[in-house]
Design a protein. Structure first.
Lengths: 113, 111
């Protein structure tokens, strides 16, 4: 039972490069989220989706894009990577009961040099 | 402006004693308050939650207390065990299960 799977786990990018963080879930959850965690900080919401074809901005969306073509997948695209995007990125899902209980992947550590 | 505050970045407790982690929030309209636990190199995991209509919720060794007038919640762990050593995030649910997290408190339980 895989749950929420994120790839890659680690990546180093040069300034200005682009990449996509992949997130896939096998729990059939409608709601999906991307968070980032910086050292000593809580998690900040980047984008979220309440179902296939629907996405919306969170607290810190600048520099990122998302798409949701299927229930299972929610990729996060970084365009023109900047050092400020160095962070650990977490994908999460929920059963859409509006109780705040999220299921997280293991994270993707991104370094931009 | 932080909506969820955890003023203690770290806490050390002896094994078997009580751990008390504190959290303050700013918006009285939140409906659900949660605690998440995070080990290094892993994603956060849901620990316990409380609805705004309650003032206490227990789950085994973990109890969450909510004081709405003070906009304060706390997590009690009794008895504390070395395996409880982790970062604990206080969080609130806003809408569509969007969760706002506090900065976290790193708990160390000393054997």
């Amino acid at each position: 039972n895989a749950g929420v799977t994120q790839t890659p786990k680690f990546r180093i990018l040069k300034i200005g490069q682009s990449m996509t963080l992949q997130c896939t879930q096998d729990m059939n959850h409608n709601y999906m989220y991307w968070y980032r965690q910086d050292p000593g900080m809580g998690l900040k919401l980047i984008y979220y989706s309440v179902g296939a074809g629907i996405t919306d901005k969170g607290e810190v969306p600048n520099g990122y894009n998302v798409s949701r073509s299927t229930t299972e997948d929610f990729p996060l695209r970084l365009e023109l990577a900047a050092p400020s995007q160095t962070s650990v990125y977490f994908c999460a899902t929920s059963v859409a009961q509006n109780t705040g209980e999220l299921f997280f992947g293991e994270g993707s550590r991104l370094t931009v040099l | 402006d932080q909506q969820v505050k955890q003023n203690s970045p770290s806490l050390s407790v002896q094994e078997g004693r009580i751990s008390i982690l504190n959290c303050d929030y700013t918006n009285s309209m939140f409906d659900y308050f949660l605690w998440y636990k995070k080990y290094p190199a892993e994603g956060p995991t849901f620990l316990i939650s409380i609805s705004s209509i309650k003032d206490k919720n227990e789950d085994g060794r973990f109890t969450v207390f909510l004081n709405k007038s003070a906009k304060h919640l706390s997590l009690h762990i009794v008895p504390s065990q070395p395996g409880d050593s982790a970062v604990y995030f206080c969080a609130v649910e806003t809408s569509y299960d969007k969760v706002i997290f506090g900065p976290g408190t790193s708990l160390s339980v000393i054997p």
